[in-house]
Design a binder for this molecule. Structure first.
Ligand code: SF4
Length: 335
């Protein structure tokens, strides 16, 4: 890793295999960013507990799977640090210290809280846990442990980076200068719909995803199930691509000439939906094929992937411990 570059922190919760929504939403952006920044890529297993505290049985397998997906998609562990959040003590320590620097009403005003509560395992939406309320504080610890200058986020996460900046200022003002204020960079991403409709987000929990590890046949089957324009029944019917899920995938995946061609053929009743889907499934399979092959190779050597994670975690511990030492010294807790 080039230590002269600015640092970047981002990561994924270990919820399972990554899908096209993750690929176009963040992974391809990370592949570009890894050359511009010193990147710390975190597998956020502690964040997983904020909503799914009682579902820990798959976390270990999902950690391995995410690391395999990252590498197979082109994120290079020789350029960047891959690490497991819960194995780096600084995150928990800093989370605790930072929780003294932020008020409960401030956290209650975070716009994403309601969605998080819905996703969580708490049946009563007014009885969510202290840990769930504090997850943006844990994110502040994740970012500031590495003094990351930049954090790639979607629109909905901007408020979390703003909170991180407030916490950094509050710490620096109270105890002395330790933290830079990180900057959110909006990811240049495409929002990928689920196979069940253009207004539904792709998500494993909704079983509407095409995962990076799906087989050739699974990809084809899922594309064939995609929701199309209900008004186009026969090949010669004039369709409306703007309401069709298949067309939204062309918009994300295909070259501009092909997008124009599909639009023309659909609107003029020159193609049927089955043929249109067949062509899309070939496109998706062509994209996924090299990822699937690399995945297959890595799955045969899981200990090699764990070694990468353990090595990266050592690096993350080393870097974040330096931050903790500075904090302890400024706080006059160095006894
Ligand atoms: S022809 Fe293609 S773009 Fe048009 S409605 Fe059918 S699947 Fe959608």
């Amino acid at each position: 890793m080039d230590t002269n570059k600015k640092r970047l922190l981002t990561g994924d919760r270990p919820t399972g295999r990554l899908h096209l929504g993750n690929y176009f939403g963040s992974i391809i952006n990370r592949v570009k960013l890894q050359d511009q920044y010193a990147c710390f890529f975190m597998i956020a297993d502690l964040h997983m507990l904020t909503t799914d505290f009682d579902r820990t049985q798959d976390i270990k397998e999902n950690i391995l799977s995410i690391a395999i997906d990252w590498i197979s998609s082109g994120i290079n562990p020789e350029k960047s640090v891959f690490f497991i959040q819960s194995k780096v003590p600084a995150h928990s320590f800093m989370h605790l210290i930072f929780s003294m620097l932020v008020s409960v009403p401030r956290l209650e005003r975070i716009p994403t809280l309601k969605d998080k509560v819905k996703e969580s395992r708490f049946s009563d939406e007014n009885a969510y846990s202290y840990g769930l309320l504090g997850y943006p504080v844990l994110q502040a610890a994740d970012i500031l442990a590495y003094k990351a200058s930049v954090v790639p986020v979607g629109e909905d996460q901007i408020s979390h980076v703003e909170l991180t900046r407030e916490i950094a200022r509050r710490f620096n003002y109270t105890y002395g200068e330790v933290f830079p204020e990180p900057r959110a960079i909006l990811s240049e991403t495409s929002r990928v719909p689920g196979i069940d409709g253009i207004n539904v987000k792709m998500s494993k929990s909704l079983n509407n995803e095409i995962s990076l590890s799906h087989s050739f046949k699974e990809v084809r089957d899922r594309v064939m199930k995609m929701v199309t324009d209900p008004a186009k029944i026969r090949l010669t019917d004039r369709g409306h691509p703007q309401v069709c899920t298949v067309f939204s995938f062309y918009n994300i995946l295909a070259a501009p000439e092909l997008i124009d061609q599909v639009k023309y053929e659909c609107e003029n009743g020159q193609i049927g939906c089955v043929a249109c889907k067949e062509r899309l499934s070939e496109l998706v399979n062509r994209l996924i094929e090299p990822i699937r092959e690399k995945r297959f190779e890595l799955e045969r050597n899981p200990s090699g992937v764990w070694d990468i994670l353990h090595e990266g975690t050592k690096n993350a511990i080393f870097t974040s411990n330096k931050t903790v030492s500075e904090m302890i010294s400024k706080m006059k807790l160095n006894y």
